[in-house]
Design a protein around this ligand. Structure first.
Ligand code: PHE
Length: 470
């Protein structure tokens, strides 16, 4: 069977940007930036995106396009041994498990969208509404809708599903984001937020902050999850990988910036005297607890209906971003099953979907509803739920490990000249360029080194309660 392909380079860029732009850019980034030096954080973040993440991105895309395989197939074909095949397995299981927790968060977002539209904004802004909501039965109704939409997109395949959805959702997302930025700029005291975001405070950039910025950049570009290997396997040979990679990275940074210009002015117009250090670190509490209060407060100016409209608009924006990310992450195991077992897309989707739904339901029940899942085990001196466990193992720990192994694999197993040859197809100026030298050098030296250090420190911090670096 001929492998499916994106119809053009733009098709790939939109799909990959759909994967990259998610809750990370829209919420986690503004929260982190505001607490950690504003524009100084932004500068470091952009630096990491282009100097550390972009080479990894190009490596993943090339590996996918060269092998025309999912990550497991790619590692198996080139690795030629058990050890690399195991790494291939890790690159398929990781996105699957990250998909589990990302699905749960997407369901929450969809629930908030539905409730805003149904006129329940005042309920959402209540003090313990989030805790009540995540343990409610209606959650499962929202879960059915989100899973249904995700499957509908994936069922359509690469061109008619993933690419088509991205072609519709991504431009809408950009327009909605800009419209919201323009709207919040008109609010009282909005400029205080802009100032806060754009004035750099370099002394806030501690080692810990830089580590956070790098982790955020890495996650935000969907690296080390096998996504870009899989999407890369659908890129046409004459498309320019470097150009596409830069576009995706650029769009992701741009959306993160715009989101800073949306969230911070909104926060300051709500409370001009706010001490940002009092805001919680977590993007979850920002999006589900704090923002609904801000939206509700807008009713003083635009009425309850207007405030609900803005809230619904915002949650729709985040929902689009999350949906395209969710699609990309589930496509990895789906493609692996299709390639590996020769089954149809539908069979792959339904069999994996069944397991995923089961695990997502368990995650959703692990916020106090079912004691066994909520207090599953304890490590590093903290009690952890099933959701925490999936998050800690796959997102925090295995992601940097996968990135580290990918760099070693591409440079020392697949070899530099093969990487160069693949990137050069569709890009006649790459060979001999400064970029080529940088990509080869960085992927073989300091990028894997940094990722290895992060990996070791994360294991020590999370599982043994001891941070070795900061
Ligand atoms: N890039 C996404 C974000 O910023 C992260 C992600 C991508 C998560 C794909 C899951 C799947 O939120």
């Amino acid at each position: 069977m001929k492998r499916e392909q994106f119809s053009s380079s733009l098709g790939f860029v939109l799909a990959a940007a759909g994967s990259a732009v998610g809750i990370g850019n829209l919420v986690a980034f503004p929260v982190m930036a505001s607490k950690n030096g504003g524009a100084a954080f932004l500068i470091m973040y952009a630096f990491f995106v282009f100097f550390i993440c972009l080479p990894v991105m190009l490596a993943e895309m090339s590996l996918g396009r060269h092998t025309r395989q999912n990550p497991l197939g790619a590692y198996t074909e080139i690795g030629q041994n058990r050890a690399w095949r195991t790494v291939g397995w890790m690159s398929v299981i990781t996105p699957f498990m990250i998909g589990v927790f990302y699905l749960v968060i997407t369901v929450w977002i969809f629930g908030y969208l539905a409730k805003s539209i149904m006129g329940q904004l005042n309920e959402l802004a209540g003090p313990d509404s989030f805790g009540v909501f995540i343990n409610s039965n209606e959650l499962f109704v929202y879960m059915v809708v989100v899973i249904g939409l995700t499957f509908l997109i994936l069922q359509g395949g690469v061109k008619q599903g993933i690419e088509k959805a991205s072609r519709i959702l991504m431009p809408m997302l950009f327009i909605m984001l800009i419209a919201l930025v323009i709207y919040v700029m008109t609010l009282d005291n909005a400029m205080l937020g802009v100032k806060f975001f754009l004035i750099p405070e370099f002394d806030k950039l501690t080692g810990k902050v830089l580590n956070g910025a790098l982790a955020q950049a890495f996650f935000s570009l969907s690296l080390a999850m096998g996504i870009l290997i899989t999407y890369g396997s659908y890129i046409q040979k004459n498309n320019n990988i470097v150009h596409a990679g830069k576009m995706v990275a650029g769009l992701s940074v741009l959306v993160a910036c715009c989101s800073g210009l949306l969230i911070l002015p909104a926060v300051f117009s709500f409370n001009p005297d706010i001490q940002l250090s009092t805001l919680s670190e977590s993007s979850i509490s920002m999006i589900f607890t704090f923002l609904p209060k801000i939206f509700l407060a807008m009713q003083a100016d635009i009425g309850y209906f207007g405030a609900s409209f803005i809230a619904g608009f915002f949650f729709l924006l985040v929902f689009f971003a999350a949906l395209t990310s969710l699609v990309s992450i589930i496509e990895v195991p789906v493609a692996s099953l299709m390639d590996g077992k020769g089954v149809s897309r539908r069979t792959a989707l339904y069999s994996l979907g069944a397991v995923m739904i089961l695990l997502s339901v368990i995650s959703a029940l692990s916020f106090g509803r079912v004691e066994m899942f909520s207090n599953l085990l304890s490590y590093g001196g903290v009690n952890k739920s099933f959701f925490d466990l999936v998050y800690d193992i796959f997102y925090e720990t295995i992601l940097p490990l996968n990135g580290f192994l990918l760099c070693l694999f591409v440079i020392y197993r697949w070899k530099k000249h093969n990487l160069d040859a693949e990137i050069s197809q569709g890009n006649s100026t790459f060979a001999g360029s400064l970029l080529q030298k940088y990509v080869n050098f960085s992927l073989g030296t300091f990028i894997p080194l940094i990722l290895a250090v992060i990996f070791v420190n994360t294991v020590s911090t999370i599982f043994f309660g001891k941070n070795l670096l900061f």
